[in-house]
Design a binder for this molecule. Structure first.
Ligand code: ATP
Length: 672
């Protein structure tokens, strides 16, 4: 007997005698199996024996009971074998007992494979064959590699075997898919790739079996990538018409477990309904096939708030029911509908907005900068009964504190020195009959908050210098990127005003959280083409880069990136290389207040920092102030243009101006 076999036997015998002589760095899974072989199955390592092979009749019996699985698994087995054959691997599929009921191997190796037990009818049950990939995988219900001397029986120590379990829709192990080679490199790590490959195919077979088993049920299929849902969506649920989950595949069960961890069980024994797992209504799920062109819809998981894409597979002959789709349930409101594609948070928000557009209640829109707060406010106005009247947008952060009162409330002639001789109609009055949109409401000075509260309570406004108030009929929509409750806690915002402004709150998701980024890219591209009267094809590589970029929460930046590409593209299409450099890699991340696009902006990098700020707190602050001043001068103090160039919002520019004491020449405070 070769010396390595003798040595192997010796080690196992010493272990059998209770000595702790496990090979160094032996993996736990193998160690536990060896212990089972010695203690539980009482296998004798000193008497190595080839794997036992069943008679033809016994094999047929096993094949018959695994018939359904074998039938469904065939394509998966063929596909896996076609990938491994050239590398010298054979394949066996065992039933739950460990009997090889299917086999693929190279013709010229058949007798050698048969001797090694890699053949139809061989019994790899751990109880008889000792530690092996197939047997140990069936015992543990987990994928495993058993490499050379990790086998228990000395007969097998030249083999390298890797197996993954196949489970039924209830999660019980029913088979093992194994690939084995007669020869292989020494290190066990050489088989890492085999482990992934065999696990992937075991999952595919498992899912094919699931779909076959539940072919008469409604099946929800989901994946985190929209592109894969139809092809190879990872999660499967078989459901009843009332939304009860009947069975779930591996990924589905993982989701249920994660869900139960966050939302402890309703009752111990029942599976949750799909509407408890996905944040949506049953109708929305059941109407997926009719609701979108690609028959996919995005939903948020209640387990971890992640977005997944879902499709519904209906059984053949399933009556096509006239289920109302979401858009059919409510009348179309183009102004609002076009704000989003398929994003669950936006769907919910727009549903509420649809209801709110007719009401006169005040609305508070929250969202990070550039997420579309003003766009939403305008859509609410345009889709409501006030559409024909004015939409007056006021940026509370943009107007210097000394001017905000007169701008908002207006003043009569001679109300203060420096005012216009004819006086001025305030913005509140200008919005009469329409909508007043107060952006960055968190920046409104406290004294003005009290005056605004009075306007809202009494529906009348008193311009500076006026003796009698004037009636106004306005709808107020406010927006902020700040946490108003924090401002209230620190005494910077009046609680009573907050409650009056917050008749309903709409929270806009950040761009990075939106599942409809593709829709937004296409929409912005179309809008920009129309705006510039320019026709440029947006190539797929540019779209993928825009989809993959880590947007720090901002549609404005996305728009800027597309606009940048349109301005710089040569020829009639936008390619990956036309995008700002930072979008061409996947590493873009927000850095302080300077966004990646701002950093990439040719304007930002070209700005000189020669001017020092009036009172720089640090070298960095000085540099920022200098840069800003330069840009402001360069653009004739056009704040919108500077904001666009830096890829930040206008209020951010105003905040920076205030921080550095920069005041536009035409905005020097008026003497009151
Ligand atoms: N749903 C949308 N579809 C297309 N473009 C959008 C959408 N929402 C926002 N945008 C674009 O994104 C940019 C920023 O939008 P908007 O000014 O409404 O954001 P905001 O949240 O009010 O920003 P800020 O916090 O700076 O006030 C604008 O160019 C706008 O046209």
């Amino acid at each position: 007997m070769p010396s390595d076999k003798q040595q192997h036997i010796q080690t196992l015998m010493q272990l059998g005698e209770g000595r702790d002589v496990f090979p160094k760095a032996q993996r736990d899974v193998i160690r536990r199996s060896w212990q089972r072989c010695l203690e539980k199955y009482q296998l004798d390592p000193s008497r190595p024996r080839p794997v036992r092979v069943l008679t033809q009749q016994a094999l047929r019996d096993h094949q018959e009971s695994a018939d359904e699985l074998l039938h469904v698994a065939r394509a998966g087995v063929e596909r896996l074998y076609s990938q491994i054959a050239q590398h010298g691997y054979a394949l066996i599929l065992t039933d739950q007992r460990g009997i090889a009921v299917d086999f693929r191997g190279q013709r010229d190796q058949l007798s050698e494979l048969r001797r090694a037990g890699l053949y139809l009818g061989s019994d790899w049950n751990e109880r008889y064959a000792g530690t092996s990939a197939a047997g140990t995988c069936l015992h543990d219900g987990a994928a495993v590699t058993c490499h050379q001397r990790e086998h228990f029986d000395a007969t097998h120590i030249d083999l390298t075997c890797t197996a993954a379990p196949i489970t039924d829709p209830q999660g019980r192990v029913i088979a093992a898919l194994d690939i084995s080679a007669l020869k292989s490199p020494r290190p066990q790590e050489s088989q890492t790739f085999a482990l992934s490959l065999v696990t992937l195919h075991a999952r595919m077979i498992e899912d094919a079996y699931f779909l076959h088993r539940y072919r008469d049920c409604l099946i929800l299929r989901f994946d985190t990538a929209r592109e894969f849902v139809h092809l190879n969506g990872r999660g499967l649920f078989a459901i009843q018409e009332d939304g009860k989950v009947i069975a779930a595949n591996h990924e589905g069960r993982r989701l249920i477990d994660a869900h139960l961890e966050r939302w402890p069980p309703w009752t111990v024994s029942t599976l949750p309904a799909v509407t408890q797992l996905f944040d949506g209504e049953l109708n929305e799920l059941l109407s997926i096939p009719h609701a979108s062109l690609d028959q996919i819809r995005a939903f948020r998981l209640r387990a971890d708030d992640a977005i997944v894409f879902v499709t519904l597979i209906e059984p053949r002959g399933y009556p096509v029911r006239a289920l109302p789709t979401v858009s059919q349930q409510d009348d179309p409101v183009p102004e609002l509908d076009q704000l989003a594609g398929d994003d669950p948070s936006m769907h919910r928000l727009l549903k509420l907005a649809r209801r709110m557009r007719h009401e006169n209640v005040s609305i508070l829109i929250r969202g990070e900068t550039g997420t579309g707060k003003e766009v939403l406010a305008r859509a609410l106005h345009d889709s409501g009964p006030r559409a024909k009247a004015h939409f007056v947008a006021v940026n509370c952060a943009a107007i210097p504190e000394s001017l905000i009162e007169s701008e908002l409330f207006g003043y009569l002639p001679g109300a203060f020195t420096g005012g216009r001789p004819k006086g001025m109609r305030g913005l509140i009055q200008q919005a009469d009959g329409g909508t007043l949109f107060l952006d960055e409401i968190g920046d409104m000075p406290l004294p003005l908050q009290s005056r605004l509260l009075r306007v809202l309570a009494e529906r009348e406004v008193s311009p500076l210098g006026a003796e009698t108030p004037i009636k106004v009929d306005i709808r107020v929509i406010t927006a902020t990127h700040r946490d108003v409750t924090e401002l209230i806690a620190s005494g910077q915002f009046r609680e009573d005003l907050y409650y009056r402004l917050n008749g309903a709150e709409l929270l806009l998701p950040a761009l990075r959280e939106r599942a409809d980024r593709h829709y937004l890219i296409r929409k912005l591209h179309a809008e920009l083409q129309a705006e510039r009267d320019q026709s440029l094809h947006l190539r797929a590589d540019a779209i993928s880069a825009l989809l993959n970029h880590h947007w720090p929460g901002n549609i404005r930046q996305l728009r800027n990136a597309i606009a940048f590409a349109m301005a710089t593209a040569e020829g009639d299409e936008i390619t990956l290389h036309d995008l700002p450099e930072v979008c061409q890699t996947h590493t873009g991340r927000a850095r302080g207040t300077t966004t990646p696009l701002a950093a990439a902006s040719p304007f930002a990098s070209g700005a000189s920092s020669s001017t020092t700020s009036p009172a720089p707190a640090s070298a960095e602050a000085g540099e920022e102030a200098g840069e800003l001043l330069e840009l402001l001068r360069h653009t004739d103090w056009n704040v919108s243009q500077v904001a666009r160039q830096l890829g930040v919002s206008r209020p951010t520019i105003y905040r920076r101006m205030r921080r550095h004491g920069l005041v536009a020449p035409n905005h020097q405070p008026l003497a009151s």
